[in-house]
Write a protein that binds this ligand. Structure first.
Ligand code: ZN
Ligand code: ZN
Length: 264
């Protein structure tokens, strides 16, 4: 399997998962044109995308979905709650349910097998995913206020772990966001702080992942080097499984350009 985070921040999120001839976008939170551009920059042709899987209805995850679905004539895999909430807010451009998905019910797109699971976030129903193909396992979890034990279980035993690291608590508290938004981001149904990400690595992570990708870093309330240091420190002292090649295994998704390919 190959994974590429095409871009990630509160201004847009999209990730490509490839196995054999199967190509799936997880979220499409940039314009269709921008997604095409980013795919081209990593040598991928947008016309070869087979489907889009949606985590939740926030615009930084769905912006390009209607245009892509229509122009490419590809199915959108989405939960009924997400679809309804999305369409409630729109008078035009309603999205049709191509494939409805629900938590803990596996579904397949070509070679890729998905297991959705719920994460705590202030959307109708936010899903994270385990993705498997040819014995390779990926966990993909973003937009979650904290990591409940049930979620932590899904993040273990994987070859690639893609996890949110949204904000540094001090930067958020002292930053420019209005108080109500700060409270929203900080809440149990907000976004994952560096501290909660670190707690997971200290207490719940099994160290297995060959690639660890931190994503959805706030451009206002976090800094890549801060998130990186927090993650490295969290795993320091947990033994050689955790720290082996950690500098190379640990990656940070960028808002402005695709990541390197993660091949497993
Ligand atoms: Zn988001
Ligand atoms: Zn969100």
């Amino acid at each position: 399997m190959r994974i590429n985070v095409l871009g990630s921040s509160s201004s847009g999120n999209a990730t490509l998962a490839v196995s054999g001839s199967t190509r799936v976008l997880i979220d499409a939170g940039f314009s269709a044109r921008e997604i095409r551009r980013r795919l081209e920059s990593i040598g991928e042709d947008i016309s070869r995308i087979n489907a889009i899987v949606v985590t939740h209805e926030h615009s930084d995850h769905i912006r390009g979905v209607p245009v892509l679905a229509r122009s490419l004539r590809i199915p959108v895999f989405i939960s009924p709650a997400t679809l309804n909430t999305w369409n409630l807010g729109k008078t035009t451009d309603a999205l049709k349910a191509d494939q409805t998905i629900s938590a803990e019910e596996d579904f397949e797109i070509g070679e890729l097998q998905f297991r959705p699971f719920r994460v705590p976030h202030d959307a109708a129903e936010t899903l994270a995913f385990r993705i498997e193909a040819r014995g390779v396992r990926v966990a993909y979890a973003t937009d979650l206020g904290y990591i409940p034990q049930l979620v932590a279980q899904h993040l273990r035993g994987v070859d690639v772990l893609v996890l949110e690291a949204n904000h540094d608590l001090e930067m958020l508290k002292n930053g420019p966001y209005p108080w109500s938004l700060k409270q929203r981001v900080m809440s149990r149904h907000g976004h994952l702080s560096n501290d909660e990400m670190a707690r997971f690595f200290q207490e719940d992570f099994d160290g297995s992942a060959e690639h660890i990708v931190l994503m959805h870093l706030s451009r206002t309330n976090n800094h890549p080097e801060v998130a990186r240091m927090v993650a490295l420190q969290a795993m320091d002292g947990r033994g050689s499984t955790f720290t082996r090649n950690l500098e190379q295994r640990l990656k940070l998704a960028r808002h402005d350009q695709p990541s390197e390919w993660m091949d497993v």
